[in-house]
Design a protein around this ligand. Structure first.
Ligand SMILES: Cc1cc2nc3c(=O)[nH]c(=O)nc-3n(C[C@H](O)[C@H](O)[C@H](O)COP(=O)(O)O)c2cc1C
Length: 302
């Protein structure tokens, strides 16, 4: 294991390790204006959601590591404390990268990167028409984190309103309490920034769900029987799934499964091999998300 003390590194190397490690990061494509009304559009992946009530997001235009200068976006929000945060998806990623070039102050990156300005409803910077989600925000506070190159500046923003493209709304009409359609996570192909030039694209091939009971507690890995906890076949993910049940399951007499029957019959004279075979089958079921069935297979061991 390589252990690194960040203060001993050159800022550029520290940034490199951190950006590869803290990844993937969502991208805030920030539209701002200065006092003279010049529009600026730049991407920031030091960005996330920090509160939903009040709705607060934060992004960080850092002081340049190279020469300790500040970004136009930072200068703009200090002049006019408003921003539109446009969410970046795969269809926009190359133009978004183009907008990150260090164009001279006053250059409108909507024009340079080929995006279309759309008038916002509550704030003065324009929205990116091509973006499928736009957040109109008021800047609550700008908090500098340091004065050296690489120091971030937290731009703390309250989200006043969201605009969501119809194409990414839930067609099955899963609705809010007010009857508004929700976002269908599978329809928006977010991109995220990782280390160096690496990006990730979210789509149905890499999305998955992890069931999280939030009203009842999981029993915990420490409560699993030792033979399961110390299994040489079940993985950490499998133990996490099994230990997420809120009480230790019982053998269900109604549970029937041909493969389970075959394992028990075939390996009855060799209990050690039977254990392994049951764990292999339970793993197969867990990897397919079938936790209840996997528990029944493992309980056949007792
Ligand atoms: C995807 C992406 C994410 C970026 N994230 C950040 C960031 O979080 N903080 C930062 O200071 N610069 C970041 N940059 C670099 C800025 O976009 C770049 O410095 C830009 O020129 C700043 O523009 P401005 O001076 O007009 O504000 C990122 C660049 C790209 C392409």
């Amino acid at each position: 294991m390589l252990t690194i003390h960040l203060k001993e590194l050159k800022p550029f190397d520290a940034q490199n390790y951190l950006q590869h490690a803290i990844a993937p990061r969502p991208i805030c494509f920030a539209s701002t204006i200065d006092k003279a009304g010049n529009v600026n559009l730049s991407p920031f992946s030091f960005f996330n959601l920090f509160s939903s009530n009040p709705p607060v997001v934060i992004f960080s235009p850092a002081r340049r590591v190279r020469d300790n200068t500040t970004k136009h976006t930072l200068e703009n929000v200090l002049e006019i404390p408003e921003v539109v945060i446009n969410i970046v998806d795969f269809d926009m990623v190359q133009q978004t990268s183009l907008a990150s070039c260090e164009f001279a102050k006053g250059t409108n990156e909507f024009i340079k990167a080929g995006f279309t300005e759309e008038k916002a409803t509550l704030v003065s910077p324009p929205m990116v028409k091509e973006s499928k989600i736009k957040l109109e925000c008021k800047v609550l506070e700008v908090k500098p984190l340091g004065t050296e190159g690489g120091a971030g500046n937290l731009v703390i923003c309250e989200v006043l309103c969201m605009h969501i493209d119809e194409s990414i709304l839930d067609a099955d009409h899963s609705a809010t309490a007010q009857g508004l359609p929700k976002i269908d996570q599978t329809k928006l192909h977010h991109v995220a920034r990782l280390g160096g030039d690496w990006y990730a694209k979210i789509d149905e091939s890499n999305l998955f769900k992890v069931a999280k009971p939030n009203t009842q507690l999981g029993i915990g890995v420490d409560a699993l029987p030792e033979s399961i906890r110390k299994s040489s076949i079940l993985t950490g993910n499998n133990l996490g799934q099994l230990a997420n049940v809120h009480e230790m399951p019982f053998v269900d007499p109604a549970f029937t499964d041909d493969k389970l029957k075959n394992i028990i019959q075939y390996y009855s004279i060799n209990p050690d091999e039977m254990d392994k075979e049951l764990h292999r089958y339970a793993k197969e079921l867990l990897d397919a998300g079938k936790v209840t069935e996997a528990w029944q297979v493992l309980l056949a061991d007792y």
